[in-house]
Design a protein around this ligand. Sequence first.
Ligand SMILES: Nc1ncnc2c1ncn2[C@@H]1O[C@H](COP(=O)(O)OP(=O)(O)OP(=O)(O)O)[C@@H](O)[C@H]1O
Length: 323
Amino acid sequence: MNRSACLIFNPVAGQGDPEVDLAAIRAILEPEMALDIYLTTEELGADKLAQEAVERGVETIIASGGDGTLSAAAVAVAGTDIPLGIISRGTANAFAVALGIPDTIDAACRTILQGVTRNVDVAYCNDLPMILLTGIGFEAETVERADREAKKRFGIMAYVLAGFQELRELESFDVEIETEDKIIKTSASAVTVANAAPPTSVLAQGPAGIIYDDGLLDLTIVAPNSKAGAIAATYHLFQSASSGNAAERDDIGYLRAKQFKITADPPQKVVIDGEVVGKTPVDIKCLPAALKIFVPSAPEEELVEKLEGLPNLTIELKEPAED
Ligand SMILES: Nc1ncnc2c1ncn2[C@@H]1O[C@H](COP(=O)(O)OP(=O)(O)OP(=O)(O)O)[C@@H](O)[C@H]1O
């Protein structure tokens, strides 16, 4: 065994049994790598534990928990040369999905063992690090409504329910967006700036297919003029994400740039990577390739068939037909 890692494990993340999860991780990783295991507590979070690991000069840092734990560890590791392994055990697992990392314990551990890394951009919003996205307006409100209690009970549905509640109170605001080469003024109900985003972050999907290692950020403006329009726009963005085709409605705009300065009137709440952090204005910049992450060596194969789990299932393989 010649590899070693500091494993930062959140024992309260997600809905699984933490003891079973930790035992599964150890069973796969420990034959190949010496693990130094730290459990997060309410007082001592993944941010502090990862910072301390960076200061000790560890070879690898592995974070296991929900998006909060993973983002906090990523932020501490950003700008160093230490590679980060991700074992996602949260509700939405946005972080893993956005970066193309499997979200089962088994596949995530095997990804780390394979040892292939990729450099990922990190953005800073008002000097706070952001790995995934900043939401202004609609998305910000949605996150606030999907509280921890609801997430535990309803899982990812909590976000969807919160989104529907939000539609009833849709409000638009004036927004000014300044990039390195232009200033845009419009009205909007939501402005989302993404470095990386999973397809479930619907409001980030204007350009469809957000590239996390191009040194650029993707901004999506959603500006529906009625509640029905808001539902239609949201659905259109959902389809953009699934089809990979950029949005085409008049009430959706998008652009790519290295940096954005955004002001809103009236000022809007701002959410960075799922945490409400304050209000506009914001200044967001991209720091290219600041984070080194373990990723699968080849993209996951898309399932063309799924039958397991069907009642009374039998599958019989036929002899190849003669022609
Ligand atoms: N031992 C602990 N006891 C109580 N709270 C903890 C402990 N360790 C971490 N936390 C809290 O867990 C939160 C981070 O949770 P994390 O995002 O990893 O999981 P989650 O909320 O289940 O995931 P998701 O965001 O996907 O629902 C932080 O607010 C942190 O303070």
